[in-house]
Design a protein around this ligand. Structure first.
Ligand code: FES
Ligand code: FES
Length: 141
């Protein structure tokens, strides 16, 4: 298979020109923050989504990853994937799809797992924040 070359190109491109690096305001009610770590190596990924509450569409996304090149490339790629998707669609993203797109070798699979976990964690945070702040869901409503 002639995938060695494209593996390097895709990973290196996302690693050298990572998309959507940065920070969103975690106190914003429309922002969900996911923070996950890989026990195997200690790498850490933070991924934040800004969600349109009317449509549940992710309108902005930022990440910061303290980790290896594959983890940075995986998070960069996943931010491109989730932008414009609904929360439910974003939850369906599998690390195997990320690993396949970037042609990660088996020892680097856990790096793409970080990206999947980070999305799930960000969606969970967003949903729990909105539940807490919805007064109409209270018993007195
Ligand atoms: Fe850097 Fe995983 S800790 S490669
Ligand atoms: Fe651990 Fe890449 S995230 S080696």
């Amino acid at each position: 298979i002639a995938s060695t070359r494209s593996y390097h190109e895709k990973v290196i491109d996302h690693y050298e020109n990572p998309r959507n690096v940065g920070t969103l305001n975690k106190n914003d009610i429309n922002v969900g923050t996911g923070l996950v770590g890989a026990p195997a190596c200690g790498d850490v990924m933070r991924l934040q989504i800004d969600v349109d509450p009317e449509t549940n569409v992710i309108r902005d996304v930022k990440f910061k990853t303290f980790g290896c090149g594959s983890a940075i490339a995986s998070s960069s790629y996943v931010t491109e994937l989730v932008k414009g998707k609904t929360l439910d669609e974003a939850l369906k993203i599998k690390n195997t799809a990320i690993a396949k797109e970037l042609s990660l070798p088996p020892v680097k699979l856990h790096c793409s797992m970080l990206a999947e976990d980070a999305i799930k964690s960000a969606v969970k945070d967003y949903r729990s924040k909105r539940l807490v702040k919805q007064p109409t869901l209270g018993p007195e409503a």
